[in-house]
Design a protein around this ligand. Sequence first.
Ligand code: GLP
Length: 254
Amino acid sequence: MPAPAPEIRVLPAAEAAVPTLLDELRRVVAANERPLVSFATGGTFTGMFTALARELRDGGIGRDFVATHLDEYVDFPPARAGGMVHELVTGCPPLGDMLAAGAFVPVPHVDDAAALAAHAQKLRELGGVKLQLLGIGRNGHIAFNEPGTAFDTGFHVATLAEATRQDARARFLPGEPPRRAVTSGIATILAADRLVLCAFGAAKADAVRGMLQGEVATGCPASALRRHGNLLVLLDREAARGFDAAADQASAAP
Ligand code: GLP
C-alpha cells in the first residue's frame, strides 16, 4: 500500500511557517512524556529559533522535551563556531541551557563508528524521535545525505557534495568549509513519528519538485520522505514554483 501523500502547504512567505512549527512542537510536548525532538539547522530555521527562544524563556513552550539534531561537521565540538550545535545554542540560547543540563543530545563530531552507534542507541532509549524538523539542500539532500546515499542508512560519516560546501562557504570564511560530517541516515530520519520539512526561496524549487514529484530514488535523497506517511511540507511561493499542485496525485510513494 502506498504511504499517505505528504501534506503540502504553500505559504505567502517564510515567516508564516514559524507559528506552525511552534504549534507542532507544542503539540508533541503536550502529547508525550519528555518526547525527543530533533531540530534541523540552516538559514531556513533562523526565524523559528528566534521565536522558540522567546517561547522557552517565557514558558509558552515548556522545556519538558529532549532536544537533538540531524548532523554535525567532523571535528566541530559544540563550542566551535561554524558547527551545528554552536549554531543551535547561539540561535536559541535556551538550547544551550538544555545542553548543559543534559537535555540536549548532540550528534557526535567524531568519525568513530562506536560513538555513532552509541548515539543511535541513546535516541532509541529516549523513545525515538517524535518530531523531526528538516530543511533541504538545493541538490535534494536531507541532513547531509547527499545524492546517491542508500535509503537504508543509519548515522554515518558523509563526504559533502561540492554544492553543499559552496552553500556553507560563508559561515567558514576566511577558512575552507569542512569536507566531512556525521549525519543522521535516511533510515534514521524515516524512523521519526512525524516529519516537517521547510523549503524557502527559488534556489530550492528544483529540489522540491524532485522531492514531491520526481522518481523516488537515491538521486534525490528527499524523495525517500514520500515513503514516510506523516510528512508536512511547508513551502513559500518561490520554493513551490516548480511544484505542480495539479499533478500532486502522482506524489504518493510507489
Ligand atoms: C545543510 C544541513 C541541512 C539543511 C541544509 C539547508 O546542508 N545539513 O540539514 O537542510 O543545509 O540549509 P539552509 O536552510 O541554510 O538552506
